[in-house]
Design a protein around this ligand. Structure first.
Ligand code: ASE
Length: 314
C-alpha cells in the first residue's frame, strides 16, 4: 500500500484514502521487462513471420508447430501478445485464431524493409545482458562488458565488436533504427549546399579522413568522453576546407536534462555499454566550438534522433 500524501492538518475529520493511491506507474515500471521479454521471445521464435507467411489467422497449435515450441508455452505467449495489441484475435466456434496487426506486420517481421527484428535481437542478446549490471555501472561509473561478456573493455570497439557476429548484429541495429529515423534527421537542415558528403565510420581516430564538404557523425559522439569527442572533431576540423560542416545525429537531452525519457534512458545505456553519454544541444555546441566550429545550430525532429550542424568558417 502506498503512503498517502501529507494532506496537512486535519480538523478532526477522518482522512479518507484518495482513490488514486494504487501505485499504477510503479507497478508498470517494476514489471516493464516482462513486456520487453515477451516481444523479444515472440520475435526470436518467429511468431510474426509464421503469421505473415500463412496469410490467414492461425490457431495456437498451428503456430506452436511452425515455430517448434510447446503448445502450452505458445498459447500463453500468444495471449500476452494479444494483450499487448501486437496480435489480433479471431474467434470461430469457440476456438481462437491469431493474425498480425498492421504494426507487427511492418515492424516485427524479418523480411519487412522496416523490420525492427535486428534491433530487438540486439536488445535481447546484448543490451539486456549489460543492463543486468546497471547497479554496478552506476556505482562504478563505467561500462559492464567484463562482467556481462567476459571481454576487456579497455578498447571500446574491441568490446563492442568482440566477434564478427557481434559486429554485424550491432551494424544491423544501427541500420534498422536509421530506416525509421533517418529521413527526419537528414531533412532537418538544408544539406543542398554540400556536394560531397561523408558518413563517418571505421577507425576515425586513426585513419586519414576523406575530403568532403559535410561529415556526418551519426551516434558517434555519444560513445565517447568530452576529451575524445574534441579530439575527433579537431581531426575533422583540420582535415576539411573552409565552408565545410559537420552534422551530428544524436538523441538530444533537454537543456535542463528533464527529458525526453528516451534520451535519459539511452544515456544510462551509454553508461553500461560505452564510454559516453547523451548530451544537450548546448553540450554538443560546446564540443564543436572547442574544436573550432562556428555558426552551430540544432534542430529537434520529435522522433528519437535530432541533428546539430556546425561550420568551418570560410
Ligand atoms: C551506440 C549506439 C547504441 C553504442 C551502443 C549502443 C545503441 C544501443 N547500443 O553508439 C542504439 C541506441 N539505443 C540505446 C538503447 O541506447
Amino acid at each position: 500500500m502506498a503512503e498517502l500524501p501529507d494532506a496537512g492538518p486535519t480538523k478532526g475529520a477522518p482522512t479518507t484514502p484518495a482513490t488514486d493511491v494504487y501505485p499504477r506507474k510503479i507497478l508498470e515500471y517494476m514489471e516493464g521487462f516482462l513486456i520487453s521479454k515477451t516481444v523479444f521471445t515472440s520475435c526470436e521464435l518467429g511468431v510474426f513471420d509464421v503469421l505473415l507467411a500463412a496469410e490467414r489467422p492461425l490457431s495456437a497449435e498451428e503456430i506452436s508447430q511452425a515455430v517448434g515450441a510447446s503448445l502450452d508455452g505458445t498459447q500463453r505467449l500468444l495471449a500476452a501478445c494479444a494483450g499487448l495489441q501486437l496480435l489480433n484475435t479471431h474467434w470461430d466456434n469457440g476456438q481462437v485464431f491469431y493474425s498480425n496487426t498492421e504494426q507487427s506486420r511492418v515492424f516485427l517481421t524479418r523480411s519487412s524493409p522496416l523490420s525492427l527484428c535486428q534491433s530487438i535481437q540486439y536488445s535481447s542478446r546484448t543490451i539486456y545482458l549489460c543492463w543486468h549490471y546497471l547497479t554496478d555501472a552506476v556505482r562504478e561509473g563505467r561500462n559492464q562488458y567484463e562482467k556481462a561478456f567476459g571481454v576487456s573493455s579497455k578498447d571500446l570497439f574491441q568490446a563492442l565488436y568482440r566477434s564478427d557476429e557481434e559486429m554485424v548484429k550491432f551494424m544491423h541495429l544501427m541500420n534498422s533504427i536509421w530506416n525509421i529515423c533517418g529521413r527526419d534527421v537528414v531533412t532537418a537542415f538544408d544539406l543542398m549546399p554540400f556536394k560531397v558528403i561523408c558518413d563517418l565510420g571505421g577507425d576515425f581516430f586513426k585513419d586519414s579522413l576523406p575530403v568532403a564538404d559535410l561529415y556526418i557523425l551519426a551516434r558517434i559522439l555519444h560513445d565517447w568522453t568530452d576529451e575524445r569527442c574534441i579530439e575527433l572533431l579537431c581531426r575533422i576540423y583540420k582535415a576539411c576546407k573552409p565552408g565545410s560542416a559537420v552534422l551530428l545525429v544524436e538523441a538530444l537531452l533537454n537543456e535542463d536534462g528533464s527529458g525526453p525519457l528516451t534520451a535519459q534512458l539511452y544515456s544510462l545505456n551509454m553508461l553500461v555499454q560505452t564510454e559516453g553519454r547523451e548530451r544537450t544541444g548546448a553540450q554538443y555546441a560546446a564540443l564543436l566550438a572547442a574544436s573550432g566550429f562556428t555558426n552551430i545550430q540544432h534542430r529537434l525532429t520529435g522522433k528519437i534522433y535530432d541533428a546539430v550542424l556546425g561550420h568551418k568558417e570560410t
